[in-house]
Design a protein around this ligand. Structure first.
Ligand code: SF4
Length: 686
């Protein structure tokens, strides 16, 4: 960047991209970010100032000319700039009308993993206390809903059990369905460093990811066969006598019915299901079972399945069987995707829980929140994000979308389009006129991370400050300010002078955050549970007992994915992320230094398949599923196995989610984004 160090104003804040939550120094001049520098703080996930290409170079979007500067109302098919007064009056009147006509549950709200804890808290409070519905949810439904459910069932707490700093202390690290070198780069580097220093690494992934290349044991199982693979590993651990009998006896329950299921998963049977050679399964099981401290890391490859919750439960079973939870450098560690997806869940932006995972179905808890918020709350269950889109135009008449872009992120784009079009009223609050915002009746311009105060909670449960470095463009406002103004217009008083006061309220209503205050966060992040002001925060969970009492085994049988490749749709498409871009690309594709590295969408194709179909690298190809067709560029190589394809979902011009299925996990309602049967053709040049 241009300028001298001493000329810059320096603001320490939290990276707006992934769930690692790196601390960054924004160096600004004349209300513009010029550089991003390192921060050295031991109470952070990157104590040595580490960061990745997105954190370091992905900030052009803040100053981008596309930023929304004024509220917009759609009239005769065109957006017109209006004042805040007019926009908020209009929204308040419309929402009150719709509620009057169809009831509170006709309105749904999507909160945002991009927004701060304080804003997510206000969004769920707005939906519950002002609108009167529990239908508030966010994109955690698309990424780790099955984690929150599965870890909750087995351990009683739906979050990463251990801390990033503990990676280096593990004897064995088992990475399954997670590609950290691209999606959580600073964690990826720490795993690579641990491996160099002697930690053994087992990687299970259908694709050959970077970590597969350096792993001691690399397993490539067929997509959707995770339960079989993990059961197979446990079968060997049991037969070799590598289970932790003392731990199982003292700290767990449910072992008897669980072990009956495991007996059937012999290495040879599992090899047939997964495609992984039996001797590799045995080798991996021995390595994991013999380790004193073994840690499991996982992400979307485990969660985004019809049996996502079962996949997670298989991993909790593995940790319980070997006594690898409740100790340093062990645990079951979901890597959360977005900067604040952990926090958005923590503060209650989920349809079934108030802040702190307190169940809306519990009358005592409901009464407590009625007292806090001074209003009668509904006892009706809310709809999840995926259910809101299924019910759009039916039960759901209006949607309030804050900082999400479902048109690109949610499965089956044509379905999402129809859902958005069938609403009576759509409000989108964002920093850009996203693909989803085009459908809106009202667009409200929001502040970016660099323009507001607040906190994000990273994947290791660490609550960290977000600080204002520059002013918002035009009349854009922080999301919490917009929501509180609207609440006041709708007759429910919300009075906060600053986000710090909102955090004080969160601390009051949720024990997890009980000891958190902005004053304490000045020194660096604090990890929940942090129940009181003298509590130092919690590095790893379940030390002296599980949150639910005993850790619980669940017997989980393998079942094949709902839709598998057949004669017509003979490839299995997986979707995901890559290093340079983030989610629906609203920020990274408007950040020149990183977009120039990966300006085009692509699909990874195995070299054998490419040969058969006459496809060469960079050729234009067409992918078709029962849901739709997209064209993109071929990336021919050996990252995917024959019969598999992988496509990032960042590109609006080649939207991967035009192809994906609406198959959902029964318990967590997460879509099966990792498995869509498709066909592949070369696009012939005219
Ligand atoms: Fe940001 Fe994640 Fe990169 Fe850290 S690893 S700089 S949090 S994108």
């Amino acid at each position: 960047g241009k300028g001298r160090y001493y000329e810059f104003k320096k603001t320490i804040t939290t990276c707006p991209y992934c769930g690692v939550g790196c601390q960054l120094e924004l160096r600004t001049k004349n209300n513009k970010i010029i550089q991003v520098g390192s921060v050295y703080n031991e109470n952070s996930p990157n104590p040595h100032g580490e960061s990745c290409v997105k954190g370091r170079f992905g900030y052009d979007f803040v100053n981008h000319p596309d930023r929304l500067t004024d509220p917009l109302i759609k009239r005769n098919g065109h957006f017109e700039k209006v004042s805040w007064e007019e926009a908020l009056d209009y929204v308040a009147e419309k929402l009150l009308n719709i509620r009057g006509k169809y009831g509170s549950d006709s309105i749904g709200g999507l909160s945002s993993a991009k927004c701060t804890n304080e804003e997510n808290y206000i969004m769920q409070k707005f939906m519950r206390a002002v609108i009167g519905t529990n239908s508030v949810d966010h994109c955690a439904r698309l990424c780790h809903a099955s984690t929150v459910v599965g870890l909750g069932m087995a351990f009683g707490s739906g979050a990463m059990t251990n801390s990033i700093s503990e990676i280096e202390g593990s004897d064995v690290i088992f990475v399954i369905g997670s590609n950290p070198t691209e999606n959580h780069p600073v964690i990826g580097s720490k795993i690579k460093k641990a491996k160099k220093n002697g930690t053994h690494l087992i990687v299970a992934d259908p694709r050959k990811i970077e970590l597969s290349e350096i792993a001691d044991i690399s397993l490539h199982h067929k997509p959707g066969t995770d339960v079989a693979l993990i059961n197979g590993i446990m079968n060997v651990i049991v037969n070799e006598g590598l289970l932790d009998k003392k731990f199982i006896e003292e700290r767990t329950e449910g072992f008897e019915s669980y072990i009956k299921v495991i007996e059937g998963y012999t290495p040879s049977k599992v090899s047939q299901i997964t495609g992984v050679p039996a001797d590799k399964i045995i080798e991996a099981a021995k390595m994991f079972g013999l380790a004193e401290k073994a840690a499991i890391y996982f992400a979307m490859g485990i969660t985004q399945h019809k049996y996502g919750t079962n996949n997670v439960l298989s991993l909790t079973n593995l940790a319980l069987l070997t006594g690898n939870v409740g100790f340093e450098s062990t645990g079951v560690n979901p890597l959360r995707g977005q900067n604040n997806v952990q926090g958005a869940c923590d503060v209650g932006a989920l349809s079934d829980v108030y802040p702190g995972y307190q169940k809306v179905s519990d009358p005592k808890i409901r009464e407590k929140f009625e007292n806090y918020w001074g209003v009668k709350l509904t006892d009706r269950e809310g709809l999840t994000l995926t259910e809101m889109f299924e019910e759009a135009g039916k039960k759901i008449k209006a949607l309030y979308i804050m900082g999400e872009n479902p048109f690109l992120s949610d499965p089956d784009q044509d379905h999402v389009k129809k859902a958005l079009e069938s609403l009576d009223f759509l409000i989108v609050q964002d920093i850009f006129l996203t693909e989803s915002a085009q459908f809106a009746d009202v667009v409200l311009p929001a502040a970016s991370f660099a323009e507001k105060e607040g906190t994000f909670t990273n994947t290791e449960r660490r609550i960290q400050r977000v600080r204002k470095a520059v002013n918002s463009p035009g009349r854009a406002k922080a999301d919490w300010e917009i929501l509180t103004k609207l609440a006041n217009k709708m007759g429910y008083e919300m009075k906060y002078n600053s986000p710090s006061e909102i955090m004080d309220e969160i601390a009051q209503v949720s024990k997890l955050y009980g000891g958190i205050s902005y004053e304490r966060l000045e020194k660096g992040g604090l990890q929940w549970p942090c129940p009181d002001v003298n509590h130092p925060g919690t590095k790893y969970l379940h030390k002296d007992g599980f949150s639910r009492g005993k850790g619980k085994f669940f017997p989980v049988e393998f079942a094949p994915p709902e839709k598998e490749a057949d004669e017509k749709y003979n490839f299995t498409l997986m979707t995901g992320r890559m290093l340079y871009h983030f989610h629906t690309g609203t920020m990274t594709r408007r950040s020149y230094p990183i977009d120039k590295h990966e300006p085009d969408s692509y699909v990874e194709i195995n070299i054998e398949d490419a040969k058969k179909l006459g496809i060469k690298d960079k050729d234009r190809v067409r992918i078709t599923s029962p849901q739709g067709t997209v064209e993109t560029y071929a990336k021919v190589g050996q990252r995917v196995q024959p019969g598999q394809l992988f496509m990032p979902f960042h590109y609006a011009e080649s939207p991967a989610n035009k192809l994906t299925n609406r198959v959902y996990d029964l318990k967590a309602k997460i879509p099966e984004l990792k498995i869509t049967p498709v066909k592949l053709e070369k696009v012939e040049k005219r």
